[in-house]
Design a binder for this molecule. Structure first.
Ligand code: ADP
Ligand code: ADP
Ligand code: ZN
Ligand code: ZN
Length: 928
């Protein structure tokens, strides 16, 4: 255990009120408190920011020049701080090219592995392509007895026809003495003096680079000679060996990677060849992205449960054929089309129908759709066709992203894309099974260890179901953070202060223990682990707890309690009260009856195994299951996308199945808990559209009318209204070279965002710039007379966001806050439409106290007739559902089925699912 503590004195960042707190070094510290109490302000904006600043200070003077621009966190002092590293969730827009393998640095190590051990294969002929090296050539000639004489020759001209004299003259000038002519060595001078009468027809002209003799311990000058020959002849080298009968035996070698079958020259393996981000390695068609947009077979077919004969005519007319136009291509199908459903059609037949059949000249439905789209003038047809497009794998690389040469290279018989397509568990098996010779082990032993240990971490952190080529932007925030955690564990740093933001996000209770183990592992390297977390298991596992509060915003910012976990029984504060069971989240145990359903049928996207799922309309549905079970796939990619496709004719992914009853709701939307928008221009008040009312109010003031200011002038995005220095952002961006950019308050407007003329207009003594600095609570007082504004702001207050600043940059909001602002915007809509709201872990970032508020709002949405479909692990929320759908039983290939569904009581009664067990225990505990 590292000794001492990190002593923070007088921290006043954001809402913190001169916080003094000591955090034990080398331990796990959990920071809790209600949303907005100041947890991030302490962990990120104080600890991490100061650590980052000190790190910069320790760097070179050229790096330090940025230092004066880095805002110093508002603190009196921090003692005992070690270098800080933040392992954050994905708050920023991720790189579309990043994958699990690149995120965890595994890809870089794999590129090295393929560079060192890869055997190139011809992409067309599917055979290994060998290249001769000095070693292989020396080995070949070394089999001859010592004393054997031989030539090293370069093929100066291949299959030469026509005049030779000019060539010979060139060679002579370059200082070569002999050529191999008519099966013997001939001096060039001689040939020049007495030119051969007959013309050469189609034979190689080989110049003798050196004449050597085989020696027992290797032939001197051989390497040099081969090098020279190879340079002259672009890798085409020959040896002519004089055997005992005084005849020459000629053998060709090539240093280039040439296929012996077709002559294709492969690119030599190297780290850049295996990078889909490098021009050397990327598929030239998709530039390394792996996909392109095209007509999607699933969309073209429509409902997979329809009989083929039933919808075939419609499909034909859709692509511009007469209604019996597809009879011929499907005529040979070996089954009764009237009694066979689309989902029962064998894949190869379907493929031929969609992508064409060269044998019969049928171009395929996809191609026909393309042609119709090209030709038609009808807007309606265009709209209909465009709704049937989706992402399809790049036809050149099949989605593998690499060019043909790179993708063909094999290690132990496996291509790099094949390995990347494996999930972590299979990739571990492959790496463990690599049999290496001693020299190979020497070259790549470390690389393999790096890969193996990172895969092992991914496995332990329950990400074993992820494939290595999975795009990072398809990962949830929790998965991303856990993958990043792997990178950190892999780098084995010591004496660092790690700062984590709710690492349990996305984890089932059953797996939280594993996460705690990994945090312990970070700790044993003498590292301090500061984790912002509300999960009960993690809080109980922490060595030390800090609770901030008591409330949010101005009502928070003080340390309510700080102490070792063992003293929790005597601790003050909400968290301790919840942990001791004195306080609890309001239990909702009255279930709305499930009467009418929206159904997902035949979903087989990702790991889903032909899932049929029913979601009762007008109810609060909660979807549960282990991380990787298939919850997001079912809810977002199948249900949500299917309903959106119904209403907006949007494309869905192949395999997402059919949605029945999509018309039972008017709209389906995802309420994200990622950040709202990028950059300082997006703010809570603009998001809930209250800014429009505020601008109208200011434009109507006499002062504004006098100056001719219209409402748009009061937009900080308007050139005439905004501060010219920061262009209305209130902050200016300072680019850092090796870290994320930093924002500092604009020195011209002092963060007010507007120019002085605009700021001169005031309502109740406040300029519009000052209004943006008010909290929601303050603004409700300021605008008390203006109903339109208050109505919108009140939704924020009801959701517990009264402490938020109107103009706070959305990027500074936590995911939980962002989600609640979205909810506020939804509550502000007219109540006439029936919506289906999808949410992914709405409780992430929320203290039990906040969960209570959230539940109230969710129940209000259901009362208004809306349907909720929520992916969640938090037991209070699951227990409050009307209907639970448990996906599983495992993750990845071991999941993808509906294990149980019904009321929470019904699911709790199910044996053999982890969710059932936890729910049973929870219901028993909270109903007592
Ligand atoms: P928590 O992490 O506990 O949810 P935060 O530390 O994020 O709370 O926020 C504490 C208070 O500081 C809140 O009132 C929040 O609105 C405010 N705050 C957070 N970030 C900023 C910022 N960049 N500028 C101004 N106020 C902020
Ligand atoms: P959950 O939401 O239950 O954590 P997901 O639906 O995200 O699970 O994932 C279920 C399975 O589908 C996993 O094996 C996952 O790796 C796979 N999967 C999810 N999204 C994608 C995607 N965009 N591409 C490929 N595989 C995916
Ligand atoms: Zn070939
Ligand atoms: Zn491609």
């Amino acid at each position: 255990m590292a000794e001492g503590s990190i002593r923070i004195r007088g921290a006043s960042v954001h809402n913190l009120r001169q916080v003094d707190v000591d955090l034990p070094k080398g331990r796990i510290v959990a920071v809790t408190g209600v949303s907005g109490s100041g947890k991030s302000s302490l962990a990120y904006d104080t600890l991490f920011a100061e650590g980052q600043r000190r790190f910069l200070e320790s760097l070179s003077p050229s790096a330090r020049q940025f230092l004066h621009q880095l805002p110093r966190p508002k603190i009196k002092r921090i003692d005992g701080l070690t270098p800080t590293l933040a392992i954050a969730q994905n708050r920023l827009a991720p790189n579309p090219r990043a994958t699990v393998a690149t995120l965890t640095d595994i890809y870089d190590h794999l590129r090295l592995l393929w560079t060192h051990l890869g055997t190139p294969w011809c992409p067309s002929c599917g055979i290994p392509v060998r290249r001769d090296t000095v070693e292989t050539i020396a080995e070949w000639i070394g089999r001859y007895p010592a004393g054997t004489r031989f030539n090293v020759m370069a093929t100066y001209a291949r299959k030469h026809t026509g005049e030779v004299l000019p060539l010979l003259e060139q060679l002579h000038k370059q200082g070569f003495v002999r050529v191999f002519w008519g099966d013997r060595n001939v001096e060039i001078r001689e040939l020049l003096r007495d030119p051969p009468r007959r013309k050469r027809t189609g034979r190689d002209i080989d110049v003798v680079v050196d004449r050597l003799v085989v020696r027992r311990n290797g032939t001197p000058r051989l390497a040099d000679a081969l090098e020279t020959a190879s340079r002259i002849a672009a890798g085409r080298v020959k040896l002519a060996v004089l055997n005992d009968k005084d005849t020459w035996l000629v053998k060709s070698f090539t240093a280039a990677l040439v296929c012996t079958e077709c002559g294709h020259v492969c690119a030599p393996p190297g780290p850049r060849l295996f990078s889909f981000n490098a021009p050397e390695g990327a598929c030239p068609t998709c530039k390394g992205l792996g996909w392109h947009e095209d007509f999607a077979p699933d969309k073209l077919i429509g409902d997979p449960l329809c009989f083929v004969a039933e919808t075939l005519p419609a499909l034909a007319t859709l692509v511009g054929l007469p209604s019996d136009g597809l009879e011929e291509p499907t005529g040979s199908w070996p089954f009764e089309r009237r009694s066979t459903r689309w989902n029962e059609v064998p894949h190869p037949l379907l493929e031929r129908l969609m992508d064409g059949d060269p044998a019969s000249g049928f171009p395929g439905v996809v191609e026909l759709a393309r042609r119709r789209r090209e030709k038609t003038r009808s807007k309606a047809v265009i709209k209909r066709l465009d709704a049937l497009r989706g992402e399809r794998p790049c036809p050149d690389c099949n989605g593998e992203r690499l060019n043909r040469d790179a993708a063909a290279v094999r290690v132990a018989g496996t291509r790099l894309p094949d390995l990347l397509a494996m999930d972590v568990a299979d990739a571990r098996g492959w790496i463990d099974g690599l049999a290496l010779g001693a020299s190979e082990r020497e070259k790549v032993g470390e690389v393999i260890d790096e890969i193996a240990s990172r895969l092992a971490f991914l496995d332990r952190i329950r990400l074993d179901y992820l494939t290595l080529d999975r795009p990072a932007h398809t990962l949830s925030g929790g998965e991303t953070q856990r993958a990043r955690l792997t990178t950190q564990l892999g780098s084995r740093l010591e004496g660092v202060t790690y700062i984590l933001d709710e690492p349990t996000t996305g984890l089932h209770q059953a797996d939280t223990g594993l996460l705690v183990d990994l945090l312990r592992e970070l700790e044993t390297g003498g590292n301090t682990v500061v984790v912002v977390e509300h999960d009960e298991q993690v809080m109980r596992a922490a060595d030390h707890l800090v609770e901030l509060g008591p409330g949010a915003g101005n009502a928070g910012g003080t340390v309510v309690w700080s102490g070792p976990r063992d003293e929790l029984d005597h601790a003050a504060g909400l968290t301790a009260a919840f942990l001791r069971g004195e306080k609890r989240v309001t239990p909702y145990r009255i279930r709305k009856p499930a009467i009418d359903f929206i159904e997902v049928r035949e979903a087989r996207l990702h790991n889903l195994q032909r899932v049929h799922a029913r979601f009762p309309v007008g109810c609060m549905n909660v979807v549960t299951g282990l991380s990787g079970a298939g919850k997001s796939t079912l809810v977002k990619d199948c249900l949500l996308a299917g309903i959106a496709a119904h209403h907006h004719r949007r494309a869905v992914q192949p395999g997402s199945g059919a949605v029945l009853g999509a018309g039972k709701v008017d709209r389906a939307v995802m309420i994200e808990n990622r950040s709202l928008g990028r950059g300082p221009r997006s703010t809570p008040v603009t998001y809930i559209k209250a800014m429009d009312d505020i601008r109208a109010l200011y434009a109507a003031l006499p002062e504004a009318r006098l100056r001719g200011f219209k409402a748009d002038r009061f937009s900080f995005n308007n050139k005439r209204g905004q501060c010219p220095q920061c262009e209305g952002q209130g902050v200016t961006r300072v680019a850092m070279h090796f870290m994320p950019d930093v924002f500092v308050t604009c020195e011209r407007c002092h963060g007010l965002r507007y120019n002085p003329e605009t700021l001169a207009v005031s309502y109740r003594n406040r300029s519009i710039g000052q209004v943006l600095q008010l909290s929601v609570d303050e603004a409700l007082g300021h605008f008390v007379a203006i109903d339109a504004i208050c109505a919108k702001l009140r939704h924020l207050k009801d959701l517990g966001l009264g402490y938020l600043q109107l103009g706070q940059a959305s990027q500074d909001l936590s995911g939980g806050e962002a989600q609640r602002i979205r909810l506020a915007a939804e509550l502000g809509r007219p109540a006439s439409a029936r919506c289906l709201y999808v949410m992914d872990e709405p409780t992430s970032g929320l203290h039990p106290f906040d969960v209570d508020i959230l539940l109230r709002v969710l129940k209000r949405l259901v009362e208004r007739g809306h349907t909720l479909v929520i992916i969640e692990h938090q037991l209070d929320l699951i227990a409050a559902a009307d209907w639970v759908i448990d996906v599983g039983p495992g993750a990845g290939a071991a999941g993808g089925r509906i294990v149980a569904s019904g009321t929470p009581e019904q699911v709790a009664a199910c044996e053999g699912t982890p969710t059932g067990a936890y729910l049973r225990e929870h219901l028993a505990r909270t109903d007592s």
